[in-house]
Ligand binder design. Sequence first.
Ligand code: RUB
Length: 305
Amino acid sequence: MDLDELEGDDLEDIAKKIQNMEIRGAAKIARAGALALKRLVENYDGDDVEDLESELEKGAKRLRSTRPTAVSLENAINYVMTVESEGVEGLKKEIVNRASRFIEKSLEAKDKIAEYGGKRITDGDVILTHCNSSMAIGAIKYSWDEGKNIEVIATESRPKRQGYITIKELSEYGIPVTLIVDSAVRYKMRGVDKVYVGADTVASNGAVINKIGTSQVALCAHESRVPLTVCAETYKFSNKTTFGELVEIEERDPSEIVDPADFPEVNINNPVFDATPSKYVDSIITEKGVISPDGAYRIIKEMEE
Ligand code: RUB
């Protein structure tokens, strides 16, 4: 679902769509979070600035509760809420401007990452991707547009099968794409030249938090000496991890895997993200340039300035 399909939605409508994954992918949920705050102030018809500030805090809290792993959402909210205006009208205007600016910056970052990531793909490459990352797909499409003859292997990405979105998007673009189940990754890795994935969060130690299974893909890539590239905007880098906070891994409902009623005696776990240590990451493509995972701390410090 794209942002232009959220016409008429208020903050709560958008929060629900993020939570139930109608809106998904770390970049899109960040932009949707910014849009939700914009909608909140646009819909506010009171004249009490303290009341508006408290509504904004409540709205931000609600948005933060939807998908806890993606720091992109947290950073989007913080960006929009960093305001100085005092009156109701000034505050509303500033929130609207900052939300629009965040959305714009996010889309600009996507274009830059597509370009930098696309240039690093070479003619004849077979690229494996996991889940559905708009940033990784942007880079793949860029290389295709440059006339490179590439092929993509896409994992199914259980349990929600975001791989179906990836294969639909790439095949409609004309790019040859093969779907595999997640457990076929190691078997297929021998024929792969590069792995391209996205990220929900990048930690200060360069670890990358992305869709569950990414760390297994990374291990297989490492074993076969296939470089793993992460496409991630700088607002996916987590300042909090610098100070020792761990990234919360979202656990979703077991019914996304099977009907728990069919297995009443069994625990069913559905963690939906995992962390890939930096040693398995070759490079991270940001809108500011291509960095090694060791550069994550510097990016975070630059963001603070
Ligand atoms: C999506 C996922 C994506 C990242 C990056 O998980 O793990 O790889 O969010 O996506 P989910 P993007 O489907 O659970 O949201 O590059 O589009 O930000």
